[in-house]
Design a protein around this ligand. Structure first.
Ligand SMILES: NC(=O)c1ccc[n+]([C@@H]2O[C@H](COP(=O)([O-])OP(=O)(O)OC[C@H]3O[C@@H](n4cnc5c(N)ncnc54)[C@H](OP(=O)(O)O)[C@@H]3O)[C@@H](O)[C@H]2O)c1
Length: 308
């Protein structure tokens, strides 16, 4: 099969390339900068990389004209509240439809909490609440995929990425005090666990869908490697970094401020109210082995604050 991976220089798409690079499938990617180090790495793995942009329909049509059978995509939400992810998802799905691509695989997210907890809390939020708008958008994108008319579609639902605690761009935004003050400032309820995984492992499930389009058709694959409390995350970060990471106890005023201004902290606080679902998809059923969190941290600390 000819497989076009949109987002191949990113975590989920990159994981999919890794899972398929030694398969008989021909891999294609699209990047805004095909000369970047990540795009060059794709090429050295035998991936054909097109220059393009999800906002540029012609570039999508051009990539799809290679006779693509299967498309994976994910889009990045605009944390300022813009609608680029909606616009880009529509663009991608329209291009996929026009090219008559058989299979569409979408890298979405796992809705947090229990099914009932998510529904109740989500419904209770004010229409202008940031978290309500964020999840509304994700629900809308999921529906666009289900309604895409693709012969086969699959939605992959990863939990929180453990990368959020490690990669410079996310650490700077979410946990700026981790590398310097060794404090984990989490607004998750400290007694409620959350599911985590290496985000790139979403790509393993996407690869499973390429290998079995019919079997994974209409499947919405939820997975998680480990359920951890904030304290357990801090312990794993301490172990990997060799530094004592403490769980920050927010002073009341500072917490109030964070819950009014920081999209990630606002989201985590609300997510905790959605409860915890101990049941999670069975990865083995899809032939996927998930990496334990400590192992991932140990193998990926080079070049990050964990090893500085
Ligand atoms: N972080 C979490 O905890 C978490 C958990 C569950 C789900 N998610 C979801 O994961 C998704 C992001 O996936 P990811 O983390 O795998 O992505 P990522 O690592 O942030 O990479 C983004 C990818 O999208 C491509 N891209 C972005 N804008 C583009 C554009 N305009 N045109 C063409 N390509 C574009 C980038 O390619 P180039 O730069 O090469 O162009 C890159 O390959 C989001 O929807 C997020 O909601 C995140």
């Amino acid at each position: 099969m000819k497989v076009l991976i949109l987002g191949a220089t990113g975590k989920m798409g990159g994981g999919m390339v890794k899972a398929l690079k030694d398969s008989p499938h021909q891999l294609y990617a699209l990047s805004r900068d095909p000369t970047s180090a990540k795009a060059e790495a794709l090429k050295s793995n035998g991936v054909t990389v097109f220059k393009g942009d999800f906002d540029d329909r012609d570039s999508l049509d051009q990539a799809l004209s290679a006779g693509i059978d299967s498309v994976f995509f994910t889009t990045v939400p605009d944390l300022q509240g813009g609608d680029s992810d909606l616009r880009q998802t529509k663009n991608i799905i329209d291009a996929v439809k026009a090219a008559g691509v058989k299979q569409l695989i979408y890298g979405s997210l796992a809705y947090p909490g229990t099914e009932e907890g998510f529904k109740t809390i989500h419904e209770s939020l004010e229409p202008t609440n940031w978290v309500k708008l964020y999840f509304n958008r994700k629900l809308e994108l999921d529906q666009l995929v289900r309604d895409s008319g693709a012969q086969y579609w699959t939605i992959i639902r990863p939990p929180s990425f453990i990368q959020n605690h490690v990669l410079p761009e996310t650490v700077a935004f979410i946990y700026p005090d981790l590398p310097t003050k060794h404090q984990l400032k989490s607004t998750f309820d400290h007694s409620i666990p959350q599911w985590y995984a290496d985000g790139s492992e979403a790509g393993k499930f996407a690869a499973a869908a390429v290998n079995d389009p019919e079997g994974l058709h209409t499947k919405e694959v939820k997975f998680g490697a480990e359920a951890l409390t904030a304290q357990e995350v801090a312990e794993k970060l301490s172990q990997a970094s060799g530094k004592p990471i403490t769980l920050y106890q927010w002073p009341e005023e500072e917490l109030k401020e964070a819950l009014m201004t920081h999209p990630f902290h606002i989201t985590c606080e609300i997510i905790s109210k959605m409860g915890f679902d101990p049941k999670i998809g069975n990865a083995e059923k899809y032939g996927v082995k998930l990496t334990p969190i400590s192992e991932w941290l140990e193998n990926n600390k080079s070049g990050t604050w964990l090893s500085s």
